[in-house]
Design a protein around this ligand. Structure first.
Ligand code: MN
Length: 228
């Protein structure tokens, strides 16, 4: 059917070793999925389980590169995360069958306006302007699980201008990848094209214009962005 305004574009993420791309449907993110990060945010991971929030599908920055420093913040933070890309959807997915829904994995950054997030938390308001802004989800090329296997352990790290800021291990996720898929599919129907940012280890911090950020996950490629 004809549309009355131009059809919105679907974000496409390159796939390693493949001419075809991964089309993004929705982006889900896990909050406080590493105990050391929950503690640095002033929370008790024993008492506050991880939780979900979302970003629009058009905020991905495939392959990294230049990222515009967003307006309306003076405290933009980096959060390096393992991103899960789904090839199959469903509701009430069981932990034991969850990995059958995974197409592949990528390293990503959940860019966050920490000042707006703190204000939203204080006032009991939603996080959309803190999390879901333009270019807030850089992502490297996706590695198919058929190439890299399923990732349950391995280093995850991030440097700013060559200085290491974040280092953790996937094994320290409070909710593993299968548990994340099981939990979230109890709230919404997952579908092919969904991306899930699975949370960040400790060491988050502020970025300024000109900063060169590199990050990676053992067994996956690296991602580099420059704040412009
Ligand atoms: Mn995050």
């Amino acid at each position: 059917m004809e549309t009355v305004v131009p059809l919105p574009a679907v974000s496409l993420v390159p796939v390693l070793g493949c001419a075809a791309a991964f089309p993004v449907r929705r982006i889900y993110c896990v909050g406080r999925n590493y105990a050391d990060h929950a503690r640095e945010m002033g929370m008790d991971p024993e008492r506050e389980p991880p939780f979900f929030f979302g970003k629009p599908q058009d905020v991905v920055v495939p392959g990294g590169g230049p990222v515009h420093y967003p307006p309306a913040t003076a405290n933009l933070h980096h959060e390096v995360e393992l991103v899960v890309a789904l090839s199959k959807g469903g509701r009430d997915i069981s932990v034991s069958q969850a990995l059958e829904h995974v197409y592949g994995y990528a390293v990503g950054i959940d860019l966050t306006r920490r000042d707006l997030q703190a204000k939203a938390k204080d006032k009991g308001q939603p996080w959309d302007t803190a999390k879901g802004f333009d270019e807030s989800a850089p992502i490297a090329s996706i590695t198919p699980a058929s190439t890299c296997g399923h990732l349950a352990r391995g280093a995850i790290w991030l440097t700013v201008n060559g200085v290491e800021k974040q280092r953790g291990d996937l094994v320290d996720m409070i909710w593993s990848v299968p548990e994340v898929l099981a939990h979230i599919s109890g709230f919404v129907a997952l579908a092919p094209g969904d991306l899930i940012y699975t949370g960040t280890p400790a060491g988050v911090g502020a970025l300024v214009r000109g900063d060169r950020v590199r990050c990676g996950i053992e067994g996956l490629g690296e991602l580099a962005i420059t704040l412009v």
